[in-house]
Design a protein around this ligand. Structure first.
Ligand SMILES: Nc1ncnc2c1ncn2[C@@H]1O[C@H](COP(=O)(O)OP(=O)(O)OP(=O)(O)O)[C@@H](O)[C@H]1O
Length: 664
């Protein structure tokens, strides 16, 4: 496999997963993130896809971001963008975007990003987010075994054929060569489907109308869909919203969508009724019997029995006939109560047609107290209900499974379309909600933006800045940035990085307008935490020396002077800026030593300043966040003294006024 970063072990794993090397390579080229992530770690998969893209456009994915700080800003941007995605797939795919100097790659991404903006506009207010969040990669778990039914083959040949198809993984498979064997099976299962002819009919056994899975074990077909029910139902709902917005065309998918929607139905209404009836039967009948017994007790207690002479003679002549006599006399009451009990049970259970006959079997008509139920009849009725329910359910399942048997690819395609949509929707939403605009990519070098907003700030003030001259702007490519403490110098360097990284990923940038030439590398050196030891200083110098290459680059550096003593720092910075200037690179160096640096530098280095315009009514610093060109910004002490003059009284105020005078 001709991909950098693919070692022999990784190659083996990929080959194993995809079958052969060419297929594996194609998957990497296609950016098959889902497939790759099932074999590799997320990082490996992302890197591979990046490498494949980089290879196609003859760039290196690691080349542009030349320092850790540049990588940090890139990672922040990727997380921010990924925050707009709803599926793991889109989040992963966003992670494969990287900045480069390839005009073709940038152009391709820009095209996708502008299409995605159109998509996001069309989807506004349609509320598809909830559905997208439910979409996961489709899972394959083996269907659970069917226990209540079986398949019987009437000859060894059919039996072997079904077995070699692996049917016995889902359902019991038997060889039944005689009616006796078949009958025995019929007694053990609620439905037995018979495959193969030549058998006398056994009433309890159905002859299989098809030998396909959807008929013999519809559960094996439906298992996949039921396992992925949540994703598929959400996908169908999302698809109809995309159709409504005119973003995707799902004409011809109607039957498939309909079947997926029916997966959620509880088989059918009649099967549902039968299932509920079977579950409630015993409880209802018991309740009716107990009410009837109370009624019997009450009515018998309140009744009296008068025996006349004939009755007495009859009892005496028959010996123990008194019980029969009572039964004859009470028969009227008993029948009334029994009728009421059956009526109550019938209403309660909502029995239909011939089902009512079962009540006559369950409620014994023999006069007795307490009233007795025929439990055997009750069980038989339950059994019948369950069989009928199974039959109904089976019919519905077969119908559904028949329609879905060959639709797996379609399900996969649907989920893939929606995941790709989510990626595009995330790009579009990022552009729309962050108010981004596409920069103009110029053939000449330089960077110029107006009304730019740092994406990390909650309430950013807009900033404009230029290197290399825009209309009416100074032409220098290299600038020193001076300014008040907390004026926004670091924030501006971050903002420049954000703009350049996004632009070179082919994405829109957080600025009202922007024009720039493409850079080959971005160096961003963040502020050092203090004077470095000799060893660390040497390491830092080695790091800075990498700017000594022929690449077109942008170098941003934040207060490099803190690495060593001020005099030496100014010389080092001046020297670095001269080198960059001579090579036509662009650079912004934040420094409090601007005047010294300019003194030491041999090439035209511009000094810009972020200045505090003064104090507001609350004596807080008012800062103009856009640097002023060719201007060394005032230092903060002057403004702090001004604040002290304004906020104190008497001698103290006079002291501060005298001090302030020294600055003017
Ligand atoms: N464009 C801006 N819009 C709104 N707030 C800003 C902007 N730039 C800077 N700030 C605010 O000012 C704070 C200080 O900014 P930053 O750290 O960039 O200043 P600095 O000039 O680099 O400071 P220091 O001189 O101490 O290094 C930021 O945390 C932010 O709250």
């Amino acid at each position: 496999m001709d991909l950098p970063g693919v070692g022999p072990r990784l190659r083996e794993r990929l080959k194993e997963h995809y079958g052969d090397e060419e297929k594996a390579l194609q998957a990497v080229r296609d950016g098959d993130l889902l497939g790759l992530c099932s074999t590799l770690s997320e990082r490996q998969a992302l890197q591979l896809v990046q490498y494949a893209r980089a290879l196609k456009f003859r760039v290196s994915p690691d080349e542009f971001l030349a320092t850790d700080e540049a990588v940090r800003i890139y990672s922040l941007l990727i997380s921010r963008l990924a925050g707009f995605a709803h599926t793991e797939y889109a989040r992963l795919k966003i992670g494969t975007l990287f900045p480069s100097s390839s005009q073709e790659l940038i152009e391709e991404n820009r095209l996708a990003a502008s299409r995605s903006l159109e998509v996001a506009r069309r989807m506004e207010g349609l509320g598809i987010e909830e559905q997208l969040r439910s979409i996961r990669p489709l899972r394959e778990r083996s269907a659970s075994r069917v226990r209540e039914r079986a398949v019987a083959a009437s000859n060894a040949e059919d039996f072997q054929r079904l077995k070699s198809r692996g049917l016995d993984r889902f359902i019991d498979l038997h060889l039944a060569e005689s009616p006796q064997e078949l009958l025995a099976l019929a007694r053990s299962y609620s439905v037995v489907s018979l495959v193969g002819g030549g058998m006398v009919d056994v009433e309890e056994v159905e002859r299989a109308e098809s030998l396909e899975d959807w008929y013999l074990v519809p559960e094996a077909v439906l298992g996949f869909y039921r396992e992925n029910m949540e994703t598929l139902a959400a996908a169908v709902e999302a698809a109809s919203k995309l159709q409504a917005a005119g973003v995707e065309d799902f004409r011809g998918w109607e039957d498939f969508f309909d079947r997926i929607s029916r997966l959620g139905d509880k088989s059918d209404i009649e099967a549902e009724r039968l299932s509920r009836l079977a579950a409630r039967l015993e409880g209802c009948v018991d309740q009716a019997a107990s009410t009837a017994n109370e009624e019997l007790k009450r009515r018998i207690e309140n009744s009296s029995l008068t025996l006349d002479g004939t009755d007495l003679l009859q009892v005496m002549s028959r010996g123990d006939g008194i019980r029969e006599l009572f039964e004859i006399r009470m028969k009227g009451i008993y029948q009334e109560v029994l009728k009421e009990a059956k009526e109550r049970a019938r209403e309660e259970l909502d029995l239909k047609g011939a089902e009512e006959v079962w009540l006559d079997e369950i409620f014994s008509s023999a006069v007795s107290y307490p009233l007795e139920l025929d439990r055997g009849a009750l069980r038989s009725f339950e059994q019948e209900l369950r069989s009928r329910q199974e039959e109904r359910g089976l019919k519905a399942k077969r119908e559904l499974a028949r329609g879905l048997a060959d639709e797996r690819n379609r399900a996969e395609t649907l989920v893939h379309i929606l995941m790709e949509f989510d990626y595009s929707y995330a790009l579009g939403s990022f552009t729309l909600k962050e108010g981004l605009s596409f920069p103009e990519i110029a053939s000449e070098t330089g960077l110029c933006f107006q009304g730019a907003r740092n994406l990390s700030l909650e309430q950013p003030e807009k900033v404009s800045y230029c290197l290399g001259g825009g209309p009416g702007e100074p032409p220098e490519m290299v600038a020193l940035l001076s300014g008040v403490n907390s004026g926004g110098k670091t924030t501006l360097l971050d903002l420049i990085s954000q703009i350049v990284i996004l632009a070179q990923m082919g994405l829109p940038v957080p600025a009202d307008s922007c024009r720039m030439g493409l850079f080959e590398q971005l160096y961003y050196f963040s502020k050092s935490r203090g004077t470095l030891s000799a060893g660390a200083f040497e390491t830092a110098m080695r790091k800075f020396a990498v700017v000594e290459n022929e690449k077109r680059k942008l170098v941003l550096a934040d207060e490099l002077e803190s690495i060593t003593e001020p005099g030496a720092s100014a010389r080092i910075i001046a020297c670095m800026l001269d080198e960059l200037n001579r090579r036509g690179s662009a650079a912004v160096f934040v420094s409090h030593l601007a005047e010294d640096v300019r003194r030491f530098s041999e090439t035209p280095v511009r000094v810009d300043g972020i200045e505090a315009e003064g104090l507001d009514e609350n004596n807080c610093l008012v800062v103009c966040r856009s640097p002023r060109y060719n201007y060394l910004a005032k230092s903060t002490p002057e403004l702090i003294l001004d604040r002290l003059v304004r906020t104190t009284k008497g001698q103290e105020k006079e002291f501060y006024s005298r001090l302030l005078g020294k600055f003017r």
